[in-house]
Design a protein around this ligand. Structure first.
Ligand SMILES: [Ca+2]
Length: 92
């Protein structure tokens, strides 16, 4: 079985990263069909099995985290209309 490699750059002041993988669905993929590929990972690499063949679409988000009060979970950016992107919490 092949695997997918997800790499990303270091986020400033981040100590851990959640890596989320979402499938193509009509609704918000980050709630309706999402996996936490890694929870509290300490490097900038994550892998997962490539279960579905192309042209199946898979999307990835990375949530940076640190110790700072009130800022412990970094944002996930915004959607194309500027709405803050919200996704499930990993590790719960
Ligand atoms: Ca990792």
């Amino acid at each position: 079985m092949t695997s997918r490699l997800v790499t990303f750059i270091i986020a400033c002041l981040a100590f851990w990263y959640d890596v989320l993988g979402g499938n193509q669905v009509p609704q918000n993929p980050w709630f309706n069909n999402v996996d936490c590929i890694e929870t509290n990972g300490t490097d900038t690499v994550a892998t997962e099995a490539a279960v579905n063949p192309q042209p199946f679409l898979r999307f990835y988000l990375v949530r940076a985290q640190n110790f700072c009060p009130g800022l412990a979970n970094g944002g996930l950016g915004t959607t194309s209309d500027g709405t803050p992107r919200i996704a499930r919490v990993c590790g719960s």
